[in-house]
Design a protein. Structure first.
Length: 304
């Protein structure tokens, strides 16, 4: 069986490093970093995510500032709030929680955030710095995944890596970070010909497409490292039975709990083929918030 790459344990290590960094700032007479989170509307998942971020901030000593707006807030009002936060010297990081309600332009909001306070790492300036290999605020999820791989001693130099997914949030920046570490990188997607064969070439497979159980065990090269970024809810019992064919008892447990969650990779099958796999949940998910708070500390240190 493959090694389980425990994202929760590594997230705790990252958060402890942030806590120590905050204490070091305060020992120098500097204030604690402050993260402003903008939440528009009443999306239940967003509220849970923001609540988790606030709890993590409290754990490491970062000040959490929440700004809640109604779902019918006009774009101009959201723009004005971002402008005020950009100008506020007491705010180090700004995060606009996605998705935004219908009628609001997400890219417009994200691009309006000052690059120096863009702790999500989504601004074109920070994306450009990543492309050129220069220091900057990098997208939280892929940067935390890189930290996880480094902690477990995965040697990326010369490795054949396949990134399944091409989003600006995970796929593209992950590919660039792997390339920066001298991996040979292929970006695969929905229009890639013979996708299973491409995935089987990977010494490192990163799945980030948001399709439950897409990657079967037969898609994985024996001994490969698998990083599963996806987290999906499965309501179709027949699909769940296929995804969890290697873990029928786990499926029963998830059904009993009322939520069948899985990644983009069929975890039970992957564990029988790969050398190391991130679980879902408990893998990449906890790393994202840890990456966000790492960026918040970095932003504060850069602004001082």
């Amino acid at each position: 069986m493959a090694q389980v790459l425990d994202g929760k344990a590594h997230a705790d290590r990252m958060l402890e490093a942030v806590r120590q960094g905050v204490e070091a700032r305060q020992a120098k007479g500097l204030r604690a970093p402050a993260l402003a989170v903008v939440l528009v509307g009443d999306d239940p998942a967003s509220h849970v995510y923001v609540r988790n971020k606030s709890a993590a901030c409290a754990k490491v000593g970062i000040t959490s500032l929440e700004h809640r707006l109604a779902a019918d807030t006009p774009q101009a009002e959201l723009d004005a709030l971002i402008d005020r936060l950009n100008a506020d010297s007491g705010v180090d990081g700004i995060l606009v929680q996605l998705p935004l309600p219908k009628g609001l332009d997400s890219k417009r909001a994200l691009h309006r955030i000052s690059p120096a306070k863009d702790v999500d790492g989504f601004h074109p300036v920070n994306q450009g710095l990543l492309l050129e290999g220069l220091p900057g605020l990098r997208p939280c999820t892929p940067s935390a995944c890189m930290s996880l791989l480094a902690h477990h001693g995965v040697e990326l130099k010369g490795l054949r890596a396949v990134v399944l997914g091409r989003s600006e949030i995970v796929g593209k920046p992950m590919a660039l970070m792997l390339l920066e570490q001298h991996a040979t990188v292929t970006i695969a997607h929905s229009r890639t010909k013979d996708l299973p064969a491409v995935c089987r070439e990977a010494d490192l497979l990163v799945a980030a497409v948001g399709k439950p159980g897409l990657v079967e065990g037969s898609w994985i090269k024996p001994g490969a490292v698998v990083v599963d970024v996806g987290i999906n809810r499965v309501d179709d019992l027949a699909l769940g039975q296929r995804i969890f064919a290697a873990e029928p008892k786990k499926l029963e447990t998830l059904i009993a709990k009322g939520a069948v969650l899985c990644g983009d990779v069929r975890y039970g099958e992957a564990m029988q083929v790969a050398s190391a796999v991130t679980p879902v949940p408990g893998g990449v998910g906890p790393l994202t918030i840890a990456g966000l708070l790492t960026n918040t500390l970095q932003a504060a240190n850069q602004l001082d």
